[in-house]
Design a binder for this molecule. Structure first.
Ligand code: ATP
Length: 345
């Protein structure tokens, strides 16, 4: 039961029903993982710890042998090919730079098929592209984490792979550096036309870098789509709560409308009978009202907006509203849902 999955125009990689069960595990680490990746497309494998992201990536890279299923690159079955025979680039979490080699020599490392002069030219060009040409003579320990990450990327892109696999590539960077570096990486991949698959458990990171996101839960891809689609139309309570914040309601649907304790609300798509609904915190309006049925029990000022926790009877709702007028903890309020709500599977 996947979400909306537009087929990419020029398919680069096909991942077809990959399965992997480790001898030590009760349940398979990965089950029926399938998707197509377009040329130059950036896909994020997103999910909580242990959901099978890394195992999926490792099967694509050839570091793990699937029990069943297939991987093909440009129509050629590479399921059983050795990693180095696949022509796929990798960027590892720890960058795996050679400590005793200079930055330039690190980038030249994969270019042994070229003449030395060609390799030097190519490496210098890549270092210019990642903005590190001034540091070509340094060794990895003389660079910041973000710079090391860019060297690792330059080394991979120098070989002009059609696809780059990245496992949590920004996890060693501090928060500010991570935001800059991930945009940089996205830009560089787009510039060189390489496709990318990035493993992350950070939904914000996935939304920021990826053209499409595949959300994984317990070994399965449960939804795949653009960040926008996944945010707006999550298929399940798991996806709704993992990507952004979500309030779950129950209701009784009748076509494009649903009866809830907040009155009759429009639905994003038709449904009938008992449904669970996802309402984003920014789809709820908060009005101060001394006679209101709810009260503010928590508030977080977030600069551009405020996040409120509002208790109404047994239920606690999250509400995001503008940074302007503040409603204090303890005040009585009324909640109004001001948008269509999403029925979940
Ligand atoms: P994380 O974000 O924590 O890295 P993940 O989503 O990448 O998690 P995987 O590393 O793919 O998850 O692991 C999926 C499941 O397979 C987990 O239950 C894990 O314990 C198990 N697993 C992974 N590698 C092995 C292995 N080599 N041997 C046995 N079990 C493994």
């Amino acid at each position: 039961p996947l979400g909306y999955q537009p087929a990419p125009k020029n398919v680069l990689l096909t991942v077809d029903r990959l399965r992997k069960k480790f001898a030590t595990g009760d349940a398979p680490a990965v089950e029926r993982a399938s998707f197509d990746l377009g040329e130059g497309e950036m896909l994020a494998l997103l999910g909580p710890s242990g959901c099978g992201k890394t195992t999926t990536l490792r099967m694509i890279g050839g570091f793990e042998v699937p029990d069943s299923g297939h991987v093909s690159l440009r129509g050629q079955d590479i399921t059983d090919a050795a990693p180095e025979a696949r022509g796929i680039g990798f960027v590892f979490q720890d960058y795996a730079l050679f400590p005793h080699l200079t930055v330039l020599d690190n980038v030249k490392f994969g270019l042994r098929k070229m003449t030395r002069a060609q390799a030097t030219d190519r490496a210098a060009q890549m270092l210019r592209m990642v903005g590190l040409d001034g540091l070509a003579g340094r060794r990895p320990h003389e660079l910041s984490g973000g710079q090391q990450q860019r060297v690792a990327l330059a080394r991979t892109l120098a070989m002009a792979p059609p696809l780059v696999l990245m496992d949590e590539p920004f996890s060693n960077l501090d928060a500010a550096m991570r935001v800059d570096t991930r945009q940089e990486v996205r830009k560089l991949l787009k510039q060189t036309g390489a496709a990318g698959i990035i493993v992350t458990h950070d939904q914000e990171e996935a939304m920021a870098v990826a053209d499409r996101i595949a959300v994984m839960e317990a070994g399965r891809i449960v939804q795949i789509g653009t960040p926008d689609e996944i945010y707006r139309y999550p298929v399940s309570a798991f996806v709704a709560s993992f990507i952004g914040r979500s309030n779950l309601l129950t209701g009784n649907a009748n076509g494009m409308e649903v009866a809830t304790e907040f009155g009759n609300l429009p639905l994003s798509r038709a449904a009938n009978g008992a449904v669970t609904l996802s309402v984003r915190p920014e789809q709820i309006m908060l009005e101060a009202d001394a006679a209101g049925p709810a009260s503010v029990v928590g508030r977080e000022f977030r600069g551009h907006d405020q996040l409120y926790w509002v208790q109404e009877g047994e239920r606690c709702m999250q509400v995001i509203s503008g940074a302007g007028a503040t409603i204090e903890v303890g005040q009585r309020v009324r909640l109004r849902i001001c948008d269509c709500v999403v029925p979940l599977a």
